[in-house]
Design a protein around this ligand. Sequence first.
Ligand SMILES: O=P(O)(O)OC[C@H]1O[C@H](OP(=O)(O)OP(=O)(O)O)[C@H](O)[C@@H]1O
Ligand SMILES: NC(=O)CC[C@H](N)C(=O)O
Ligand code: SF4
Ligand SMILES: [Mg+2]
Length: 511
Amino acid sequence: MEIVEWKDRRKNRGITDSGLTHECGVFGAIGNKHWPCNSEIAQFICIGLEALQHRGQESTGIVVSEGTNDYHYHKGMGLVKHVFSNESISKLTGSLGIGHTRYSTSAKSEQVNCQPFVVHSMHGALAVAHNGELVNAAILRKQVLDRGVGLSTHSDSELITQALCLNPPDGEVNGPDWPARIRHLMQLAPLSYSLCLMLKDKIYAVRDPYGNRPLCLGVILPPNQELINGEIGNIQPEGWVVSSESCAFLSVTRYLREVLPGEIVEMTHAGLKTIDIVPPPLDKSLAFCIFEYVYFARPNSLFEGQEVYAVRVHCGMQLAIEHPVEADMVGSVPESGNAAAFGYAQQSGIPLGELLTKNSYVGRTFIQPNNRLRQMNVALKFSPILRNVKGKKIILIDDSIVRGNTVGPIIKLLRRAGAKEVHIRVASPPLKYPCFMGINIPTKDELIMNKLKNTKEFAKQVDADTIEYLSVDGLVKAVRKEIKPTTKSVGHCTACLTGEYPGGLPQELDW
Ligand SMILES: O=P(O)(O)OC[C@H]1O[C@H](OP(=O)(O)OP(=O)(O)O)[C@H](O)[C@@H]1O
Ligand SMILES: NC(=O)CC[C@H](N)C(=O)O
Ligand code: SF4
Ligand SMILES: [Mg+2]
């Protein structure tokens, strides 16, 4: 199989009209005692995946096991609610399982690349669910192919699956040594992944040594039981869960903690155990994706001991400090601009109000060939609230501007509704560089701030009175404001804003 260049890997992706797309959600669950428990493991995973639907909407899948190597699985293209039915879920009987929601980064959005991947190794069946993108996929692909392994897709997640089947360098003296295989993978490819790996009787939750993508652990509580100060204490849990985000821990599941950067956590019916913590390569810092805070994650998810919503409010407050302006009202481009608008209003003392209402039935809008149709797309999604806009000086907050396709048509709508002044404030810095770690950022030429000299030119182009962005330092400050000083080491990836890549650049750069 030929090596696929970056340009080709990205072909046909980023097909939406606005925003950043392309990450993934992973979720796993394992039942406690009385195996095979045939409890509601698949249902748990299905509900967890629906709660992670914002992370990936192209395809989804669940793999379960009853403690044997005969896995049951169901995968398909589309949303969780479309792919899974009562009938398909009822066939997924198991005591443990993992699931995935996908936005493609490394291979086409089609059935063959749906996750989880399942292979039968010399030590039994292995299933893999992956969020992230291997920066050195081309090199690793060659190494795996050189060892006589055949690959059936271009997916880097299949590559991870096959790399895990390679014998570890020191051999396996006392039978299969999966932690050694995982450590071997981490040496071969340190960036970027959060993984759920399932064997017949255990799940490994693994985060790459840079901690680039999120992953956290939770517990399934018996009825009428509650954690005390976040601790399990004497409770006999019904099981354990792992998820990309804590927003997927609903009702009977409770958040316990994050998987640490480089940590390998073994989940068995007996509980959770840290097997190892692999540090990032020498001289490299931790690099948690700062855009999880800005845009990707649900506002109620927890990262680094803080709620995403709180960070977004701090971003809005910092933005008001950096770029104040007089106005009658502050509002957001719903939804992900909401918290920052709240912060901006709080800091500036300007009243907060709804300037736009969003049609919640409109999903992703696909790329339209001309401005007229793009304008229609935006008008379908947003409508101005006349009472708050007419005759007013307004500040409109958005979390990010990517291609700039949303902001221009929105300003047109607001002007038509009678806005006197429109000041755009963006709660993150301008996006200028590609991401090679699981987010499909449009090409350099498509990013609006690469096409323009400065924000003045941008404002003129879209008929705004002013446009200003949060600074990189301001964003980092807002993100770190509430991280406890006891948190051992903190580091964030800002590569798409600064061009400083945590693990270096891939060899072939044709972005
Ligand atoms: O500059 P552009 O390329 O037009 O994209 C920027 C917009 O895309 C995102 O919103 P999106 O509509 O994806 O979702 P949201 O409802 O979560 O804000 C982002 O929040 C901006 O509003
Ligand atoms: N966005 C992601 O995390 C995608 C995972 C993997 N690279 C894929 O394309 O399936
Ligand atoms: S480059 Fe940007 S989107 Fe990609 S991991 Fe870094 S911060 Fe996140
Ligand atoms: Mg938005």
